[in-house]
Ligand binder design. Sequence first.
Ligand code: UDX
Length: 433
Amino acid sequence: MRMVVIGLGYLGATHAACMAELGHDVLGIEIIAEKRELLAKGEVPFYEPGLPELLERHIQTGKLAVSGSYQEAAEFADVFFIAVGTPQKKGEYSADLRYVDAAIDELVPLLKRDALILGKSTVPVGTAQRLAERVAELRPDIQVEVAWNPEFLREGFAVKDTLHPDRLVLGVFSGGTAEQVVRDVYEAILNEGTPLIVTDPPSSELVKTSANAFLATKISFINAIAEVCDAAGADIKAIADAIGYDARIGRKFLNAGLGFGGGCLPKDIRAFMARAGELGAAEALSFLREVDNVNMRRRTRMVELAREVCGGSLLGSRVAVLGSAFKPESDDVRDSPALNVAGQMQLQGASVTVYDPKAMENSRRIFPTLDYAASALEACVDADAVMILTEWNEFISLDPARVAAVTRKNVVIDGRMCLNQTEWVRHGWVYRV
Ligand code: UDX
């Protein structure tokens, strides 16, 4: 099938390449010229395992092309995926929908025939309805159907999550024909037995925001229990393992530590709260404010812990920060808890040296005043404290003896509770979480 994917960021580039992998003919639309040039060469402007190979392959097979022209998009196909970003508005909690609105306003006037617009971006409930009205206003002469098909991919697993998702969700207005098109688009995925939940657009929008709110709540729940553990001298990991065996609870997303960050969970729970407020249902989601608070306290607590191990003041201390991406297998530093902590420690007078396997360039761009090292060991030279703030395998497998040979003091703060404590202690390290 021929299809267009509008917006080639994390979501759109992955979706476009994966649709080509499923055998479709895909035109990706990206308005930023530099991004377009990279993608057209089969290069990905961010780190996502497996994506460059897929992209390059399908640029070469001709199944995937990249353009900046909405005119070309309108001529190319009758199925359009909207995959543009919906960031948090500056100084507000709500989502900024300007890119979604712009995609519709640019595309729809150029359409030649009846068309289907499938939204993939994470949007506040009610957006599909508003866009459907806008589309009908713009083009009373043709049938342009709007439906929502939210995406649940995780960074670092984006290709796998797109080609083998847990479920597919589609929100259609009554009388719409989107379901059959979507069944054809995802035929190979549905043939694997993947469930497809067909519902109305507001429900499909809420599926996505509810899923992210639940995940964020799960992480903050275990981090709140971690606070109690600190006070009671109990072991949060043992608790997570023990409660995680209960199939109703599950062990996933119960890793206590520095908490969640990234381009999705923080902004999505805030936009969800803002939208509930607009709908007069603010009280229903007031617990998400506490979820956010618990999460932010993890960062403050991490800085306090660093201050404590450095003898009560960070002034003049040298701290090695290992990991700056918001999670491993990603170079994304948007709302990165690790970089946030690094920045706060520097403000308190510490000399902070950061190393991350993939996120150095992005980190330097937003925190140019931190020091950056070329390797984990180099970052640890003369350090008074070593902090693991992103759980990359490279850090989990660090040799505590080799690190001890270069530091000034042997104090490690395991911000992601990922190290083998016994091993580190055996090599003379003071281990703190
Ligand atoms: C998330 C959702 O998982 C995905 O379904 C949605 O489409 C987009 O948002 P992503 O932002 O890629 O995906 O990251 P995710 O793997 O969910 O991790 C989010 C944050 O939570 C990271 O900072 C991670 O370090 C943290 N986290 C995760 C924890 O602190 N503890 C955990 O147990 C799990």
